[in-house]
Design a protein around this ligand. Structure first.
Ligand SMILES: [Zn+2]
Length: 469
């Protein structure tokens, strides 16, 4: 039995991504066998092969499954460096100034910046439970359009993912519908009710981390129990901090952060704070890091780019925590600069148009963020010189990968989860173009730069900006 050739492109109409081998069984008998796992397709091809089509096959140039992404810019320290990337079997096989590989398909980068796929550790994909707001499919399409190749999905769902059974239900939807990596959170407490801590040992292999996002855990004793268990099981506790006994939203946030930092110090648990929005929160976390508490935190694009003065009487400015003063915003930017703020996550929280149409006072909390985060932050923070491009990519990709132990990055041997970004051309944010079901954004109509032009997952193109006819 002799292998005549290997190709992923024998029958282009099948758009086969896997490798197939043409095998000469006897002198005039041929068969196709898969080297992948798509057995049904292989069987089908075997059935349809005739001597005529085989004749054609011999005269077809056998193409490899390699892809070259040509003419992109890599960030090397603070410099942009021109490069080509060779993708083989979904992995970055080579990065060099000029690559040629016979048979490889070529994707033009047109001088775009290439960065490792962005990671959003705080999204609401609303399934199971609320598919009218978002589904795992529409949410992950929005992620791909925004340059994200991995997201962590929050557990305020119905049913809440608080048991192996309910997590399996969510995972089945993810397996069926997601176009990027979607890592589910499990809740910290049963039904996210803030009372009974879940069985972390039984759930930790099925979830990325534990969170009751949407509400703070009011009882210190419950949080202490959760953190003690998390420390023992080496799990990450991700906290939405909101102390309902406090008189105003700023104190609600930082008072509970202050409580949790003491508990994290006491239990030695890995503790990550969601969407911090106030100066005091930054200061408390900075100080806790200094004394060795295992704390990390995130903020969101809207807290870094907006302040109270920007709020209009519209649902698209309504979220929890709310946007605070310009002084709070400046403290968050400073925290991002000095590393106190580790991660930027969007808190992508879609609702229906009706739920966001009731003005500022009565609309539901939550805005979408996946499709605007990079260009908004690039334009408002990098182009203005507030933070470096490297720091932005660290906060949106490298740091979340490290803290949430997702792994990956841009390098030879790494999975080809990549994003191409055009830093030159400006464009206007228009929510009607969003792939998310949610359209409420405070950035509507902003003119920005840093548009995602292509997103690759395992070397496969999952988003490409439509070409203007
Ligand atoms: Zn939250």
């Amino acid at each position: 039995m002799t292998c005549i050739g290997v190709s992923g492109k024998i029958y282009p109409q099948f758009s086969v991504e896997k490798f197939f081998a043409i095998v000469c069984v006897k002198s005039y008998t041929f068969a196709l066998i898969t080297l992948g796992d798509e057995e049904n397709l292989s069987y089908h091809l075997c059935q349809t092969l005739t001597e005529d089509s085989l004749g054609c096959l011999f005269f077809c140039p056998l193409m490899s499954n390699d892809r070259i992404i040509k003419d992109v810019n890599l960030l090397d320290g603070s410099l942009l460096k021109k490069a080509d990337l060779l993708i083989r079997d979904g992995v970055v096989a080579e990065i060099a100034p000029h690559i040629s590989a016979p048979g490889a398909s070529v994707i033009e980068g047109h001088g775009a910046l290439v960065v490792p796929g962005l990671v959003d550790v705080h999204v609401h994909f609303r399934e199971p439970g609320f598919p009218e707001k978002e589904t795992i499919h529409t949410g992950s399409l929005a992620a791909a359009r925004g340059g994200y190749t991995a997201v962590c999905a929050m557990p305020n769902l119905n049913p809440a993912p608080d048991s192996p059974e309910t997590l399996a239900l969510e995972q089945a939807l993810i397996d069926r519908d997601a176009v990027v990596d979607v890592f589910p959170y499990a809740s910290i407490t049963r039904e996210r009710a803030g009372r009974e801590v879940v069985d972390m040992a039984a759930l930790k292999a099925r979830c990325i981390a534990f969170s009751d996002d949407g509400s703070g855990i009011q009882e210190a004793a419950v949080m202490r129990e959760a953190m003690t268990l998390a420390a023992r099981e080496d799990c990450l506790v991700v906290a939405h901090c909101e102390d309902l006994s406090q008189p105003d939203p700023a104190r609600m946030e930082w008072m509970q952060i202050a409580r949790d930092l003491e508990l994290a110090a006491e239990t030695r648990c890995r503790y990550h704070v969601c969407h911090i929005s106030t100066r005091r929160s930054v200061e408390l976390i900075r100080e806790a890091k200094r004394r060795g508490v295992r704390v990390t935190c995130e903020t969101a694009p809207h807290y870094l780019t907006l302040c109270e003065a920007d709020i209009q009487d519209e649902g698209r400015f309504k979220m929890n925590p709310p946007i605070h003063s310009a002084d709070d915003r400046e403290a968050l930017i400073e925290g991002l600069r000095d590393g106190t703020v580790d991660v930027i996550a969007t808190d992508h929280a879609p609702h229906t148009a009706e739920e966001k149409s009731r003005g500022f006072a009565h609309s539901l909390n939550g805005i979408v963020g996946l499709e605007t985060a990079f260009p908004v932050l690039y334009t408002k923070l990098v182009e203005t010189g507030r933070i470096s491009l490297g720091r932005l990519i660290e906060a949106m990709s490298t740091a979340p990968r490290r803290i949430f132990r997702i792994g990956g990055g841009l390098g030879v041997g790494e999975q080809a989860d990549l994003v191409l970004i055009d830093l030159q051309e400006s464009f206007t944010i228009q929510s009607r173009e969003f792939l998310s079901k949610g359209h409420a954004t405070p950035f509507e109509g902003w003119t920005v730069r840093g548009r995602v032009t292509k997103t690759f997952k395992n070397g496969k193109l999952i988003w490409e900006i439509p070409t203007i006819q």
